[in-house]
Design a protein around this ligand. Sequence first.
Ligand code: ATP
Ligand code: MG
Length: 665
Amino acid sequence: MPCGRTNTRADKGRWRVSSNESLANLLKEERRFTPPETLAASANVTAQAYEQAAADRLGFWAEQARRLSWATEPQQTLDWLNAPFAKWFADGELNVAYNCVDRHVEAGLGDRVALHFEGEPGDTRTVTYAELKDEVSRAANALTELGVRAGDRVAVYLPMIPEAVIAMLACARIGAPHSVVFGGFSADAVASRIQDADAKIVITADGGWRRGKPSALKPAIDEAVASCPQVEHVLVVRRTGQDVAWDESHDVWWHEVTERQSTEHEPQAFNAEHPLFILYTSGTTGKPKGILHTSGGYLTQAAFTHHAVFDLKPETDVYWCTADIGWVTGHSYIVYGPLANGATQVLYEGTPDTPHQGRFWEIVQKYGVSILYTAPTAIRTFMKWGDEIPAKFDLSSLRVLGSVGEPINPEAWMWYRRNIGGDRCPIVDTWWQTETGAMMISPLPGVTATKPGSAQTPLPGIAATVVDDEGREVPDGAGGYLVLTEPWPSMLRTIWGDDQRYVDTYWSRFQGRYFAGDGAKKDDDGDIWLLGRVDDVMLVSGHNISTTEVESALVSHPKVAEAAVVGAADATTGQAIVAFVILRGSAQDSDELTAELRDHVAKALGPIAKPKRVLTVAELPKTRSGKIMRRLLRDVAENRELGDVTTLTDSTVMDLIQTKLPTAS
Ligand code: ATP
Ligand code: MG
């Protein structure tokens, strides 16, 4: 008999199962894709890196740290004496902004384009590294004039415009940790983050362009700042030109204060462990946590992984990461990693369907994008819109495709490979978290024979495995909990202001190892597959079943674009699987189809995984970073009041879904 599980939810930072069941390993995947020969022949990183890092992990990271320009070269690598509080390169000193900007200009690359900015209305701006250096210096001088000093926190609430990158780098340059808050968040959500970080200055804009219209940002800041007396100034970038309320006592126009500044600013070197930023997690599983990252180790791993996993050739590649700067992906793979590597990248302000559903592909064609990094949620949306849309554009410039944010269903992976990658580009499915700061588990495009839906291998220098309830490593072919077994340079240093929560959340479940909160399995080759949050794992008749596997089975049906499944309390089986599906383009909902989908899952994964109910819906509840919030679906399926919805994109989605479940539970 199943013993049931006690789930105290992420807020308390602990998850316990009182059953000895490991996650069932239901999905089998036989497809393999070897790296293109030309890519493999000139890859930045080869199989030898794994051997080198395995032989001397710390030596490997010490070598990667030399990608950066240090004012004082570090002699130490890892200081783990006060575990789990890590110090990396602790006796080194550097300036992060200098590494991302000035050193490229000093190397004669000032004319290289850093940012190809594409506004949603179609306005464009090209920013070279030399121009970026001037702008960052001006902004650093402006912040200094406004009284910001090293160590002061600066909140950033901006649309995806060059000023967002400039503001972050200006903060880094003067050693003032930034706390970027996603521009879609409400006044309350911003206020709580400003308060938690105790920010002295807020940088915002009048608004940004969203779905063809100016979308105001400043009113949320006006409201938030009313409850944040410590905020001394609000710096406002003019983007849309819309009317804004103005409070002379603290509002300052960005252009007014920056234009009068010098383009010279001497970057000061800070200790490698100087705080670089605080960033709140997406809030998929509960209340967001303020994750603290520091300078030297973070930049080392962001730069190394961006170089290795995307095989970046800065002279020729055009890189595009579609994430928002408000998420960790935007921090590590728009700002710090790519710029430290001197990359040329696209920065796009708007949505993928404005003014038409081919906007992304038009941008790829226009700028000759060669490396694209996006999320499964976007890929599934493109699948829903139809193959004919990307087919209208020339995507032949692409050579490497990346995915991040959620497990990618094998069929979504195949769709991405075929319809975007022209069956030629390797896909790197990168597993990591706000907490890890940079990529941790991912194929390498010139080395790994990829498998649709699997992140596969810890990167060189990273130690990860899958363990059971007791913390024993599971054998190949079995599932359990993903853990990281050694510290890594870009690891979080703590939860801002709450060291105890840091220890409890990540380091207490398994002694001496980092508990990621994700379920995973090792396949017969020992490759890692992510199986969703442990909070979401379902327990059906004594078997722990992964939401990801059931969802992937549903998405493998030709009529399904997207699926979310939850385990709802059930008198006979403990939990019963309830599936919510979005159909592809022209498919129609019917009883026959839902019966067919239930059977389809049973056939793919076995009868134990057959959903008790399948409900078709038009939308799924998602966080603003596009992740499915299963906990809300579980609340609905169990007739409970909805939990924290502050990070939900659109709360009307839940009303619609609730009407679908008249006799829930
Ligand atoms: P919170 O911790 O507040 O609930 P969150 O976990 O969604 O929010 P992030 O740090 O943005 O916040 O997301 C990290 C999580 O995203 C991972 O723990 C994992 O669940 C999921 N994830 C990211 N990349 C992948 C991937 N390639 N494969 C599978 N899951 C992924
Ligand atoms: Mg998380």
